[in-house]
Design a binder for this molecule. Structure first.
Ligand code: ADP
Ligand code: 5GP
Length: 213
């Protein structure tokens, strides 16, 4: 049986749209996904563990990692650095996993440039009011930080045309399956099945040579 090739999936969306919640559920339901753990200089939120939600570090170490070409991409967001460690992503893709990067828009654009076959999804709640409700309801940011994230969301809404699909996170259940269907369809695009096409072509040529006419 032929193995489907894994793809690189970027999931972006306004802070509070539900990216973390969605990705956790996608990983729980389907085993062909792997989530990249980013490095950040932001302080951990209550309950966040080093090496699980993020690799928490300081600015100096982050900049050393950039200099050593240890990140596939990085960006600054609301005053902190965030970046994707290179080696792990490359290993998982080679192993055929669908690798998820949960990153903001500047990083997403860099990924599309470096990996044109990546799939860019933009997650949004059904309305701005609902976004504010979720951000406030999460209770992890101060009033000022919520305001900063809402202002940043307005800026980010300018860049959504760069994405392949917009996904509305209204009911979580439906949203998870919609994302899975989009990924499944994307994996069938010829540009993302180059290895399969190459192998079947070689096999066809081999068989054709062996046939007596
Ligand atoms: P993000 O990772 O995009 O910043 P989170 O996953 O932390 O967002 O979600 C923000 C808040 O919204 C959380 O409290 C989460 O429980 C809630 N949430 C996520 N998805 C939904 C949904 N479909 N309906 C209602 N609340 C949701
Ligand atoms: P938060 O502080 O809410 O965890 O994340 C803030 C923003 O940074 C989110 O939009 C999140 O997707 C993004 N982010 C997380 N990791 C990375 C990363 O490695 N690179 C980039 N470019 N953005 C990231």
């Amino acid at each position: 049986m032929e193995e489907k090739e894994g793809i690189l999936i970027v999931i972006s969306g306004f802070s509070g749209a539900g990216k973390g919640t969605l990705v956790k559920e996608l990983l729980r339901r389907h085993d062909e996904y792997a989530l990249s753990v980013s490095m950040t200089t932001r302080a951990p939120r209550p309950g966040e563990r080093d090496g699980v939600e993020y690799f928490f570090t300081d600015g100096r170490h982050f900049e050393e990692t950039i200099a050593a070409d240890g990140l596939v991409e990085y960006a600054q967001y609301c005053g902190n650095y965030y970046g994707t460690p290179r080696v792990w992503v490359e290993e998982q893709l080679a192993a055929g996993k669908n690798v998820i990067l949960e990153i903001e828009i500047q990083g997403a654009l860099k990924i599309k440039e470096k990996f044109p076959e990546s799939l860019l999804l933009f997650l949004t709640p059904p309305s701005a009011e609902e976004l504010k409700r979720r951000l406030v309801g999460r209770g992890t940011e101060s009033g000022e930080a919520v305001a900063r994230r809402l202002a940043r969301a307005a800026e980010e809404s300018e860049g959504v045309e760069a994405y392949d699909y917009i996904v509305i996170n209204d009911t979580l259940e439906e949203c998870v399956e919609e994302v899975h269907r989009l990924v499944d369809a994307a994996r069938r695009a010829p540009a993302r099945r180059s290895r399969f096409i190459r192998e079947i072509r070689e096999e066809l040529n081999r068989l054709a040579k062996g046939v007596q006419v």
